[in-house]
Design a protein around this ligand. Structure first.
Ligand SMILES: [Zn+2]
Length: 364
């Protein structure tokens, strides 16, 4: 029996599924689809999970969501450009296939609220202007040049701080850094309050990173926020050497969802090759694979032309026995056949090089 999270939980009935290959856990819209390839690693089809396996990360809906804002009208062109610019593209790599399999996916981030009670010390920096003059002898006369410089006066400051920090973010996926490195950063400031309608037909990835692992990063982020607040409180222009001794309490963990489109094609061997589009910028990252089959067909075509030219040069050479005038055309045709014959290896070489250079997306 599949585990369906009812509407009371996420506001949308969802089935829980996991990927046997990358161990990712997903919420699928309740659609009765079967054989959904893992939108994350593409290495296996998702398996529906039983009701007993609802993980704690699925029990509460997210608090914030960054909506898809990439220009949807441009997606077909972006996909077509990718398909058409892949040399010796496998038969399955067509703009239509990529578009038909396009699927919105939301990725999670942790959102943390926490009470902080701290004693802090830092050096607060204040800008001030220094005016000096430089005398220069030029073209037979002295000139005075006025120079204004901004310098910083540093003063020690200390104080206490007691407040609640809300919605600090920390990665909820082990692959978060790789994702942002590959696809570009997400503009998290565009997040809005979670509304179930915003999920639509999207698949939702659940966190695979425990909150205990994310907490040190969240603390660092809260510390930088506190340093900035202390700078403002001191009416300083800069702050450095910010140190605090802090106690946190009342941590509350929720999630923020980030938008990503996923699609795929199958290579010659039938393996799924992933194509991702950033849900905000619309930029595409995909695995390019050349079809060796197609490259072989090209090579064969060129070889056949070379063979025809070669036979023609033989015929001309034979005719030259009776008519010496055709010996030169025979030689030219022979050289041409040789030249064309050598280029027959090019498709194979290019396809092989491309497959060798192209690594998989570093996200698994
Ligand atoms: Zn997977």
């Amino acid at each position: 029996m599949a585990a369906f999270l009812d509407e009371a939980t996420w506001g949308r009935p969802s089935a829980l599924a996991n990927c046997p290959q990358c161990d990712g856990v997903f919420l699928l819209p309740e659609s009765g689809e079967t054989a959904v390839p893992c939108p994350f690693c593409g290495q296996a089809n998702l398996t529906l999970l039983g009701a007993e396996s609802v993980p704690p990360q699925a029990e509460n809906p997210p608090e914030l969501l960054v909506p898809f804002s990439a220009n949807a009208a441009q997606l077909p062109q972006t996909l077509a450009r990718f398909a058409q610019s892949t040399r010796f593209a496998p038969a399955d790599l067509t703009p239509q296939n990529l578009h038909g399999r396009l699927r919105p996916l939301f990725l999670p981030m942790w959102l943390i609220d926490a009470d902080a009670q701290a004693q802090w010390q830092a050096e607060a920096g204040f800008d001030y202007q220094v005016v000096s003059h430089r005398e220069q002898f030029h073209n037979g006369q002295w000139r005075t040049q006025k120079i204004e410089e901004t310098k910083i006066r540093w003063e020690p400051r200390l104080g206490t701080l007691q407040r609640r920090y809300e919605n600090e973010t920390a990665p909820a996926l082990e692959q978060h850094a790789q994702l942002e490195q590959t696809l570009g950063k997400f503009r998290r400031q565009e997040a809005v309050a979670y509304q179930p309608q915003a999920l639509g037909k999207a698949i939702v990835r659940l966190p695979n990173r425990p909150t205990a692992d994310a907490w040190p990063e969240a603390q660092e982020a809260i510390k930088s926020r506190a340093a900035e607040e202390c700078r403002q409180a001191a009416a300083a222009d800069h702050i450095r050497q910010f140190r605090w001794s802090v106690q946190f309490a009342g941590q509350n963990w929720t999630q923020l969802l980030l938008p990503l489109y996923t699609t795929y094609y199958r290579d010659d061997e039938g393996a799924v090759r992933r194509v991702f589009i950033h849900g905000q910028t619309g930029s595409l990252r995909g695995e390019r694979r050349a079809s060796m089959k197609k490259a072989r067909r090209w090579a064969l075509g060129i070889a056949v032309i070379a063979a025809v030219l070669f036979v023609l040069s033989l015929v001309l050479a034979a005719a030259g026995y009776f008519q010496p005038d055709v010996l030169l055309p025979a030689l030219i045709t022979f050289v041409l056949a040789l030249g064309v014959g050598i280029t027959a290896v090019l498709p194979l070489l290019l396809a092989w090089l491309m497959n060798r250079q192209q690594k998989s997306l570093p996200i698994t």
